[in-house]
Design a protein around this ligand. Structure first.
Ligand SMILES: [Zn+2]
Length: 390
């Protein structure tokens, strides 16, 4: 076999779920699964969602790609030229391939103009959602995808529980959170971050019968963005996203102009905020904010620095936080110079906590030196056991 041949897709109902699966030769079939109530949003006319993913897969495997199912002409042109080149620039392990789109189509029936964005319950998600409300352009739908972001172990359970946490957080917004499950992570060779954007965008493309605008939050500062070799596809968000537009849906990269403190202050002062945030990277069941990973540390210290103690107590184990609080501060202070998000919180804490800052800085400098001199084995064990110190 020298090519992947994408012929179309099929819809099947499994219990209360609808599965959309690629009909394909020369490669495993990718599928998406979502609740039956959202079936009318599924794009059954085109194979756009699969087309983007199989392009990456064909490039991973060095196989040519032939598409028989209908594809947006705009997307077909972009993928065959610029997007293929951008993938190669980002990840030179990929192969140059030929793409043959047999049925490009430029005339499509438009959906009703609804907008959507992703929602995890985290600070960035909340900020994007509440800003849109504030601007009078609220989202009609929120997406929650499984395309590899929930780890390798016990994935279905982690995905289900994280979805429940995010859905509970979103309750005040009164809009549906749509879970889109998929088997993408089991098929792709490159790790999640290397191709995260196209996995998430494919979920939105799958629903382009019901969504005509999708906002994607950027995780990089403008000065760090570009098209070059990098482990994270998000580095090229503002360049890649507009190229993934079709005749029916447009993608926007939402800039990250506000800092963490500013975002938390904005979120916590809004009536529509449910007071529930979920920021944790840990995947231990039951899913909750662990309190000691770097994201929990950053959020807890940020909340304390702006005196949102009720929010801190509502979302974290406060007695545990009090126990490791000094360690968390030392960890943050000793690593803040390598991370702009941590640096912002360090600076805020410095202005808020004048009295004990001298001692804290002294311990942090000592700890920074100790970390540098620590033998690799001890370093690894300490990092596993006390992540908040790193
Ligand atoms: Zn955590």
């Amino acid at each position: 076999m020298t090519e992947i041949y994408l012929k179309g897709n099929t819809l099947t109902q499994i219990g209360q779920k609808i599965r959309v699966e690629a009909v394909v030769e020369g490669c495993e079939p990718i599928w998406f699964e979502l609740d039956k109530q959202f079936q009318s949003m599924i794009d059954t006319e085109s194979v756009d969602a699969f087309f983007v993913l199989y392009t990456w897969l064909a490039m991973e495997r060095g196989l040519d790609l032939k598409i028989e199912g209908k594809v947006s002409r705009q997307l077909a042109d972009a993928v065959s030229h610029d997007i293929k080149k951008m993938f190669l620039a980002l990840c030179p392990r990929l192969h140059e391939i030929d793409i043959d789109v047999l049925n490009p189509e430029s005339s499509w029936q438009q959906s009703d103009g609804s907008s959507a964005t992703g929602f995890s319950g985290g600070v960035d998600s909340w900020y994007t959602a509440l800003q849109a409300e504030e601007n009078g352009t609220p989202y009609a739908y929120y997406l929650f995808a499984n395309t590899g972001q929930h780890g390798k172990d016990n994935v279905e359970e982690v995905f289900a529980q994280r979805f429940a946490v995010a859905e509970s957080a979103l309750c005040t917004m009164n809009k549906p959170l749509i879970a889109v499950n998929s088997n993408i992570d089991r098929i792709f060779r490159e790790r999640f971050q290397q191709r995260d954007v196209i996995g998430n965008i494919a979920c939105a493309l799958l629903l382009q019968q019901g969504i005509s605008r999708y906002d994607y939050s950027s995780s990089y500062a403008p000065e760090d963005l570009g098209v070059f070799e990098h482990y994270d596809m998000s580095i090229m968000d503002p360049y890649l996203l507009p190229l993934l537009n079709t005749e029916r849906i447009r993608f926007f990269s939402i800039g990250d102009e506000a800092g963490r403190i500013e975002k938390l202050e904005f979120i916590s002062s809004r009536d529509l905020f449910s007071n529930e945030i979920y920021v944790c990277i840990e995947k231990t069941i039951p899913i909750k904010n662990c309190g000691y990973c770097f994201k929990c540390r950053r959020t807890q210290l940020a909340l304390e620095s702006i005196d949102r103690m009720a929010l801190l107590k509502n979302n974290f184990d406060f007695s545990f936080y009090q126990k490791i609080r000094l360690g968390s501060m030392v960890g943050l202070f000793s690593s803040a110079n390598e991370n702009n998000l941590d640096l912002e919180i360090k600076n805020k804490l410095k202005t808020e906590k004048n009295s004990n800052i001298f001692m804290l800085r002294a311990i942090s400098i000592f700890w920074s030196l100790t970390k540098k001199l620590m033998p690799e084995g001890i370093r690894w064990r300490t990092e596993q056991k006390f992540p908040y110190l790193w």
